[in-house]
Design a binder for this molecule. Structure first.
Ligand code: SAH
Length: 359
């Protein structure tokens, strides 16, 4: 059997140059190939028409190009589009295009399923099936940008789809480097937001990254007892430790950490919760993003009334905390936060999931 071919989708531009070198192909072709894949959205080597036929054949002999395949494209009345994507091993993930937020945004997955098991999130009910590769993470952006006509336009990326990005650290960061390449989509890290439950070793590595995305912390509760009940990793990485890392987190000028807070009716949405949240964030350059729960079957919580949401927001605003309420997008097509799930995901055992949580 011949050795497996290298996947072009998994390579940073420097790695592609090295791989071409090794095949005695001129390294400058790496830039051309990158341009075809990322700027033109081409998914087949045969369509890279400024490479000679001989060169294309040589490349096909040594490399493949894997691209997530669109198997469904649901459109919401509000313009949001939810894509179901099939990977090379036939596993499925979801990624969402959210227009006019005011920017154009792609919400991208980092894992098939998720091991975090947050009590209000449907993806958490699936358990973790597997990590995505860097090529599969960056591939979602390629596919969505091509499908929505955005390859030549600026857009934002939020790592808020399925999965916990800091639980798949290396592939997530490699995907950001691939997307950052000037030869490709040239996505600046300022246009990327990484959302996490707060896995501390991951946050500490992130603080040293040369390519640092914006940071969003999924807080959701103001006491350890309540947070552990809602966001189980809190048992290992409690509130005070996460906030301490945030306090020390190196932020560029005028940057702030976003704290996401899902509002669950009569659970974590009381005036005392709001006041405690204000105190916890003392001394951290922060803004708060309130997310009224997107309810779903099997989720044992309700969405609070607009009055309760407004009262919570007002208490924070009175304390001079910047607060926004996340408008729910694409709820009619189950594309909103916490509603991404793929039918038929095989659930990893609890023991497997705990093992994965260990650094
Ligand atoms: N694992 C990462 C990113 C995925 S979720 C994280 O937890 O941050 C993106 C955001 O949607 C998180 O803040 C998550 O807590 C929130 N979310 C999950 N389920 C939700 C639901 N049913 N309604 C509203 N927001 C939800």
């Amino acid at each position: 059997m011949s050795p497996p071919r290298t996947d072009l989708a998994e390579l940073e531009v420097g790695e592609l140059e090295g791989a071409l070198d090794a095949q005695e192909v001129e390294r400058f072709h790496a830039r051309q190939i990158y341009r075809w894949i990322y700027k033109r959205g081409v998914t087949e080597v045969d369509r890279m028409t400024d490479l000679s036929r001989t060169l294309r054949e040589a490349i096909k002999a040594e490399f493949v190009l894997s691209t997530p395949r669109v198997v469904a494209d649901d459109r919401s009345v509000d313009g949001t589009r939810k894509f179901a994507l099939e990977l090379a091993d036939l596993r499925r993930i979801e990624a969402v295009f959210i227009p006019d937020t005011p920017s154009m945004t792609f919400c991208i997955s980092t894992q098939v399923g998720c091991a975090m098991a947050c009590g209000f999130c449907l993806t958490g009910k699936m358990g973790l099936v597997r990590n995505l590769t860097a090529g599969e993470i960056a591939g979602q952006v390629r596919v969505l940008a091509a499908a929505t006509g955005m390859l030549d336009h600026p857009f934002h990326i939020v790592l808020m789809g399925m999965g916990e990005p800091l639980h798949n650290y290396d592939s997530t960061m490699k995907a950001l480097r691939i997307l950052h390449s000037e030869r490709g989509l040239a996505v600046s890290p300022r246009r990327v937001t990484l959302s996490t439950v707060g896995i501390i070793p991951g946050l500490e590595r992130l603080a040293r990254e040369p390519l640092m995305p914006n940071l969003a912390i999924s807080l959701h509760a103001t006491t350890d007892a309540q947070r552990t009940a809602l966001v189980p990793p809190n048992r290992k990485y409690p509130l005070a430790d996460i906030l301490e890392v945030c306090r020390r987190f190196p932020l560029k000028t005028r940057r702030r950490i976003t704290f996401e807070y899902v509002l669950l009716d009569e659970v974590n949405d009381t005036p005392e919760d709001a006041r405690r949240l204000g105190r916890l964030l003392n001394g951290i350059k922060s803004k708060v993003n309130l997310i009224p729960l997107n309810p779903a079957p099997g989720i044992p919580y309700d969405r609070p009334s607009d009055e309760r949401v407004d009262r919570f927001a007002q208490i924070l605003a009175d304390r001079h905390i910047t607060v926004s309420v996340r408008k729910s997008r694409g709820r009619d097509i189950r594309a909103a936060c916490g509603q991404l799930i793929v039918e038929g995901g095989t659930k990893a055992s609890a023991a497997q999931q705990m093992a994965l949580l260990m650094p």
